[in-house]
Design a protein around this ligand. Structure first.
Ligand code: ATP
Ligand code: MG
Length: 393
């Protein structure tokens, strides 16, 4: 029965000149989300609203599910459009609408009419009164409550007449693309896909980098990261995933540096390389899935050591989350099942038995000098052999 959706978005902070940027980005993301749905849709804006009009048959649940992944949408209102065939016919349609949408009619309601087309013969107040009466006649079990109705029946008179009453919650946030771009360090774990999702929700476009260590990490481990990026791209739009071959750098660190510092030094090189790619691709920050104290390389002291090699801000949206809280988000966004597939990631191969938990930055810097002879060349080669995969659904 529904032929369209009215898209609601939070208007705070998007007044004035930013407004059309916000709306255009939102429209673009809606188009991207609906490309994967069956049916054809016209997406357009009128007077500060965004409309999604179905031009063919479509699967209601599928469309709602996809719209619920578009950041910036606060509510999705399924709409029935009808031709203007006189007020009596409209009342009949609304009565039928109530029958279809509300099998249980022991409810209060309010008619909220808006006459956007001024040549309609009834004023808004009269529509409210007369339609309210028609509904009460049809359904004596219903009653009017103008302050706090169970059903707010919106009637908008335009070229056609819109009828809607339901608001399905959207994901909130800001449309991707309105907040710049950042580089996500994406591993095959649970945390980093969630971290990327959270920053994207604030309107930030996401690129990603994965450090691959063949043959220590398999092609299946890499495929898992591609799969995770694909799930995250449902929310963010296409992700440019850089796969960096990290094996020689890791082996060299393993050969030259104290083993309890391997993880920290390796993480410092990941950050350096990620930042290099970030700067070249106009990213304004890095994103990691770190959370204080989760593992030895994420203590406050370790974070000092990994943070200091970067100039760009490092965003760590999970920093105060417990693992269980991260798992809940990952289940909600659909990455959990993929994240827990048991393929080794490059950190587990090279982990020391007793990694330092309180690394001293000066000591780390000193030990990194053991790498002077070859490391610049290895980093250069890693960057030159960057494999770019454009991931989208
Ligand atoms: P995750 O679940 O995201 O893998 P983790 O708990 O395994 O995190 P670490 O292995 O310490 O934690 O990694 C911390 C962060 O460093 C990750 O969240 C991710 O952002 C980044 N990272 C770790 N390994 C890689 C990798 N191989 N490629 C890209 N980024 C990585
Ligand atoms: Mg990991």
């Amino acid at each position: 029965m529904f032929t369209a959706f009215l898209i609601k978005y939070a208007e705070i902070g998007i007044k004035g000149r930013n407004r059309h940027l916000f709306e255009d980005a939102l429209i673009q993301q809606i188009k991207y989300a609906l490309k994967k749905c069956e049916g054809k849709f016209l997406i357009h804006k009128t007077q500060g609203r965004i409309h999604v009009d179905a031009q063919t048959e479509f699967d209601f649940d599928e469309v709602v599910e996809h719209l619920q992944r578009v950041f910036g949408i606060s509510g999705i209102c399924p709409v029935v459009y009808v031709e203007d065939e006189g007020f009596e016919k409209l009342c009949d349609t609304v009565i039928q609408y109530i029958a279809d949408v509300y099998p249980d009619r022991n409810k209060t309601f309010k008619v909220n009419a808006r006459r956007a087309r001024k040549n309609y013969p009834k004023e808004s107040m009269a529509i409210n009164m007369d339609m309210g009466e028609a509904i009460l006649n049809a359904y004596p079990e219903m009653s009017v409550d103008v302050h706090n109705p169970d059903i707010m029946l919106n009637i908008e008179v335009r070229e056609k007449i819109y009828i809607y009453s339901e608001i399905i919650p959207g994901p909130g946030g800001m449309p991707v693309g309105t907040g710049g771009k950042a580089m996500l360090l994406l591993s095959g774990g649970i945390d980093s896909p969630v971290a990327g999702y959270m920053i994207a929700k604030r309107g930030v476009k996401i690129d990603a980098v994965y450090f691959h260590a063949p043959p220590y990490t398999s092609d299946r481990a890499k495929q898992k990261v591609v799969d995770l990026a694909r799930i995250v791209s449902r929310y963010t739009g296409p992700i440019y995933l850089h796969v960096i071959n990290f094996t020689d750098i890791q082996l060299y660190i393993h050969e030259k540096c104290p083993h309890e510092e391997l993880t920290i030094i390796m993480r410092r090189y990941m950050m350096r390389i990620a930042e290099h790619i970030a700067k070249e691709t106009e990213c304004q920050g890095l994103i990691t899935g770190e959370s204080i104290g989760q593992v030895a390389s994420q203590t406050m002291s370790s974070l000092i050591a990994t943070n200091e090699v970067c100039e760009l801000p490092v965003y760590r949206p999970l920093i105060g989350f417990d693992k269980q809280e991260i798992v809940e988000v990952s289940e909600k966004i659909g990455t959990f099942e993929t994240s827990i597939q048991p393929f080794e990631d490059c950190c587990t191969i090279f982990v020391a038995k007793h990694p330092v938990t309180k690394p001293n930055v000066n000591v780390i810097r000193k030990h990194e000098r053991y790498l002077d002879e070859k490391i610049d060349e290895l980093v250069k080669t890693a960057l030159e052999t960057d494999e770019l995969i454009i991931v989208s659904e």
